[in-house]
Design a protein around this ligand. Structure first.
Ligand SMILES: [Zn+2]
Length: 244
């Protein structure tokens, strides 16, 4: 805990710790908690580059279960809000995991996080440019071929029409820096394909939209929101699975 101390009270039953890793401050706390640390010389944590590990949790019968973790890097800018970038998210995990297991998963991302922190400006610029590449393409893909060809040229994965119609593609927000530039671009194109599909459905109202049954469970990230687990055959999580 060294030279940093807490300035504001924190809810006792939630996880909170901080330490230095290769001289960089790492702050681990539960979602919805906003601990502010101050250094002996009067510097606040948001004035220095640092890493935050945020633990997602939920309550059940008065017990707290941790089931999600994400790693973010903060790079302060003079007189402007810090650049915050999500380095990694575990996605929803089984609820019987302890906070320690999730923290250990997060720790595996620390060297990557520190690397990013060093090159933050470049990363930010690169990702923003990446998303802008969509501008050269139509805002609605009427045909599967037009969508696939754009994906190929932009070097992102083309999702199936079924996935493009999923709840996650319709209503999810995929913004940098919450997601990588690549993922934002992929979702931007998927949504343009969705628009084409919706237009088609409007013109042919009798076409029945059949939602496939959820089959085997896969411990792989969802194609839309990257949460685990997902289900066959669409590789979508519970949340993103197409609704009625
Ligand atoms: Zn999902």
């Amino acid at each position: 805990m060294s030279q940093w101390s807490l300035t504001n009270p924190s809810r006792e039953n939630l996880h909170l710790e901080w330490f230095l890793y290769n001289h960089i401050l790492i702050k681990i706390h539960s979602a919805g908690q906003y601990p502010i640390l101050v250094r002996k010389d009067g510097t606040f944590d948001n004035e220095v580059p640092h890493v935050e590990v945020i633990l997602g949790y939920f309550h059940e019968k008065n017990k707290i279960y941790y089931n999600d973790v994400c790693v973010r890097v903060y790079s302060p800018k003079k007189n402007r809000p810090s650049i915050v970038m999500t380095v990694w998210k575990s996605g929803a995990q089984p609820k019987n995991l302890s906070a320690d297991i999730l923290i250990n998963l997060a720790k595996m991302q620390f060297s990557h996080a520190l690397e990013l922190l060093k090159n933050m400006k470049d990363e930010f610029k690169k990702s923003k440019e990446r998303v802008k590449e969509a501008r050269a393409y139509p805002t609605i893909f009427d045909t599967r071929a037009a969508y696939e060809s754009a994906c190929k040229k932009l070097n992102v994965e083309a999702l199936s029409d079924e996935i493009c119609k999923s709840y996650g593609v319709q209503y999810g927000t995929f913004q940098f820096p919450d997601y990588t530039g690549n993922h934002c671009l992929k979702m931007k194109l998927a949504r343009r394909r969705l628009r084409g599909l919706l237009k088609l459905a409007k013109n042919n109202p009798d076409q029945k939209h059949v939602i496939p049954e959820k089959a085997a469970i896969l411990h792989m990230p969802c194609k839309v929101c990257e949460r685990e687990p997902c289900f066959m055959p669409l590789h979508l999580c519970e949340h993103c699975w197409p609704k009625e």
